[in-house]
Design a protein around this ligand. Structure first.
Ligand SMILES: *[C@@H]1O[C@H](CO)[C@@H](O)[C@H](O)[C@H]1NC(C)=O
Ligand SMILES: *[C@@H]1O[C@H](CO)[C@@H](O)[C@H](O)[C@H]1NC(C)=O
Ligand SMILES: *[C@@H]1O[C@H](CO)[C@@H](O)[C@H](O)[C@H]1NC(C)=O
Ligand SMILES: *[C@@H]1O[C@H](CO)[C@@H](O)[C@H](O)[C@H]1NC(C)=O
Ligand SMILES: *[C@@H]1O[C@H](CO)[C@@H](O)[C@H](O)[C@H]1NC(C)=O
Length: 129
């Protein structure tokens, strides 16, 4: 009985994270776009991890005072990470950036926050409405 209750509460945790829909962001090819972490602005961030949601590949990190924004070849030279807010800026957006991204924030009390974003990239010749 105790085991069943444990599994149920564990399952609920996962259902919650699956049900929360990613924020939708639209950009056009060649644009500079900022993906906001939406973290608590009072936090002093000790760790920031931006990943490609689909395969968990880290693209930009800040941990133990060390900032890395050139982890993946396809984003090399295009990323700027704000270590105060956790916001990630992507320059010269390409169609290949059309993906879901996930950010994990940790503050200096080890509180954690997670936010998911779907970046929708449209062609530069398309109508801007
Ligand atoms: C932000 O963090 C502070 C300090 O931990 C907390 O008091 C406050 O309620 C948080 N605000 C939100 C919107 O979560
Ligand atoms: C994850 O996806 C990115 C972009 O599509 C790709 O560059 C990278 O190699 C992938 N990583 C793995 C481990 O599949
Ligand atoms: C980070 O963002 C904050 C709030 O928007 C801004 O005041 C600050 O100048 C930014 N820092 C950098 C290095 O861009
Ligand atoms: C933007 O990316 C395209 C290819 O994706 C490249 O041809 C172009 O030179 C880049 N522009 C800048 C300003 O980096
Ligand atoms: C961008 O990604 C979304 C969600 O995965 C998909 O529905 C859409 O067709 C993609 N757009 C392009 C131009 O690949």
């Amino acid at each position: 009985m105790f085991l069943v209750l444990f599994l149920m509460s564990f399952g609920t945790f996962h259902v919650h994270s699956v049900l929360s829909k990613p924020e939708q962001v639209t950009a056009y090819e060649g644009d500079t776009v900022t993906l906001h972490s939406r973290g608590n602005t009072t936090w002093t961030l000790s760790r920031i991890q931006w990943a490609i949601f689909q395969n968990d590949t880290l693209i930009a990190t800040y941990q133990t005072g060390d900032l890395e924004t050139d982890l993946i070849w396809s984003y090399k030279g295009r990323l700027t990470l704000n270590t105060t807010t956790g916001d990630l800026q992507i320059k010269n957006v390409t169609r290949k950036d059309n993906k879901s991204y996930s950010v994990l924030l940790m503050d200096n009390n080890n509180d954690q926050y997670n936010h998911d974003i779907q970046l929708n990239v449209r062609g530069e010749t398309g109508p801007r409405s």
